[in-house]
Design a protein around this ligand. Structure first.
Ligand code: BGC
Length: 351
């Protein structure tokens, strides 16, 4: 009965990660029943397990973790638009129950009252199970040729949103960006670079180290890999997608960008670092140069679709190289801690 197992955690208690036997997911009318295939692990999972970010469903102390999903439909209600055998990934966020304006219009990624829920993160069980259910409106059917690379959809959707929002900001004037800088060459940075290259931009990627496969992955995309300080790069970016969550970098970026640049922050830092910065100087530089600095989180349905298109268009062998390690469900706790040569670690939900 391995397919009824789930990875459950108590947020903030790493010693309590368990593979638990769960009752068969209750047949809720209208939902798809999905056989879990792979689950991607990201920094948010580490924050949930190690640092206590995340919330179990009300009244429970355990959460089924996992928000980067991939599975195969085993039961699809008539009229759901899915059929048995479809490759599917689940959307993470659900609209708040009030709902606020954006949630009522399907823009849960812009929820205004913070009462949204998230599968595997905030008050809803996640996708880290041998079997899971999802409402058809929150399932994304993937091109079958993507195979295991479909597990990359969720992180790619977060970057699809970040780039879409960035593109929209650039419509404020008639000039168009040509040089992009991505800070951080983890999975999020690599997706930011992929989507930048697909837009025809000259892409530079900065990481604090060149250990592991990331430098080669960047080069093979046709982008340029750098290490070192952002101030010594010799690059003046029109657009920056910041993917490290390293706070002090934000202010350095605001100093090095081209006039009229857009800086998009996507990294969620669990740090509490404080640094002294010249706020007046920053204020003046940003005003005099029309700099836009903005944050972007999560993804709406259209961003998942944009990401699915981008993954389908990408070089499949390059995508496959992003999945550097597969662990069984029982290896989840160890897999939270990355080795130098890891990019994306995934859990095989069938073992
Ligand atoms: C997920 C997002 C989520 C965010 C905050 C990220 O890791 O990819 O979908 O909104 O964490 O919980």
């Amino acid at each position: 009965m391995t397919d009824l197992k789930a990875i459950t955690v108590v947020p903030g208690k790493p010693e309590q990660v368990q593979v638990s036997d769960l009752p068969d997911p209750q047949p809720e009318s209208g939902t798809l029943l999905v056989a879990g295939r792979l689950l991607g692990i990201c920094g948010t999972d580490v924050d949930i397990v190690d640092k206590g970010y995340g919330w179990p469903p009300p009244g429970r102390d355990r959460l089924v973790i996992g928000h980067e999903s991939l599975g195969t439909v085993v039961e699809a209600p008539a009229g759901s638009g899915f059929t048995t055998g479809d490759l599917v990934a689940g959307i993470v966020r659900r609209p708040d129950p009030v709902p606020c304006g954006p949630c009522s219009r399907g823009e849960w990624d812009f929820c205004r009252n913070g009462q949204y829920t998230e599968r595997g993160i905030k008050e809803l069980d996640g996708y880290g199970a041998g079997l899971w259910r999802v409402e058809p409106d929150f399932g994304i059917r993937l091109d079958p040729s993507l195979g295991d690379c479909g597990v990359l959809l969720e992180p790619a959707s977060v970057l699809a949103k970040a780039w879409e929002q960035t593109d929209r900001i650039f419509t404020r004037a008639t000039w168009r960006p040509t040089v992009a800088l991505v800070t951080g060459a983890g999975p999020i940075g690599l997706f930011a670079a992929l989507l930048g290259v697909q837009r025809g931009l000259q892409v530079h990627v900065l990481d604090r180290s060149d250990a592991g496969p990331k430098a080669q992955l960047v080069t093979d995309l046709g982008a340029t890999f750098h290490t070192g300080d952002v101030t010594d790069l010799g690059v003046t970016p029109d657009v920056v997608i910041e993917c490290t969550g390293h706070g002090p970098l934000v202010f350095e970026l605001a100093e090095v960008v081209a006039p009229d640049a857009v800086i998009c922050l996507t990294g969620i830092s669990s740090g509490t670092r404080t640094v002294a910065i010249g706020l007046d100087q920053l204020n003046k530089a940003m005003v005099l140069e029309n700099t836009v600095l903005f944050g972007s989180v999560n993804a709406g349905r259209r961003h998942y679709q944009q990401a699915a298109d981008a993954l389908t268009k990408a070089d499949r062998r390059w995508l496959e190289r992003l999945i550097t390690r597969r662990v069984p469900m029982s290896g989840f706790a160890d897999a939270l801690h990355k080795n130098d040569d890891d990019v994306k670690v995934v859990v095989d939900l069938n073992t």
